[in-house]
Design a protein around this ligand. Sequence first.
Ligand code: ADP
Length: 279
Amino acid sequence: MFSWIKRNNKTNGASNGRYENGNDYLIELRDVVKTYQGAAGTFVALDHVDLQVDPGEFVAVIGKSGSGKSTLVNMITGIDRPTSGEVLVGDTAVHKLSEGQIAVWRGRHVGVVFQFFQLLPTLTVVENVMLPMDFCNVYAMREREERAMHLLSLVDMTDHAYKLPTAVSGGQQQRVAIARALANDPDILVADEPTGNLDSQTSESIFNLFENLVANDKTVLMVTHDLDLAKRASRTVLLVDGRIVDGSISGFKVQTSAPDETGNTQSESKNPESEVSHA
Ligand code: ADP
């Protein structure tokens, strides 16, 4: 069992249970619309989305490919901006921040984990974990390597600290990416298909790390196409065509790839491969 660092002030500066912008939830999306302009006209990626997430929740975001999952979590990290609507995270109105402010805010308050790890290949494992600390200046210079080694110990990567990322496996790289996401002790971790490039055993161990984080007061949002993993989150958010259609995984229809004898693609409430089929 890991001994994760605990925060003393879980409410992130809120007074009377409310945050500065009047939001009651740690994460609150209000009537968020995201459109893209393309050759074929305006495409609606998020269609009037409302979402509320409490501190300590483990939310799995599911839906078919193209349903808006990445767009949704990119709103919360500030990687992308809403066309309209509000994105409130703790005391911050993310949609109102400038690009420069967003980068600083994200570095301090949200840890982001990607499908393809995105470690810097020329830096060692421990240097990768120290990078967000160098960017945000939350921890004194002399503390950073010790803290990075501590975070690497939490993800069982101490022995590989001075290797380059290419010298360790994909699962190990993802462990490093999780340690890096924790660098500045954010309240929230957002992971976009963190197990999408990993075998099932490695996926399980990565998922266990997220479970441990939630057990130690972190709030986690995880995009996944793996319904078996999604079911184990405390809540699932299902997106269909840019809309949240159900807060529950039960009754979620997924398409099998094989057409039936009439030539139609079948829908089932349980996919044998436990994966959301990709359109
Ligand atoms: P998911 O993560 O569920 O696969 P995305 O959020 O990546 O879906 O994308 C939702 C829809 O928005 C897709 O149809 C995608 O093609 C479109 N989209 C995403 N990003 C852009 C962009 N930068 N420009 C145009 N269309 C985009």
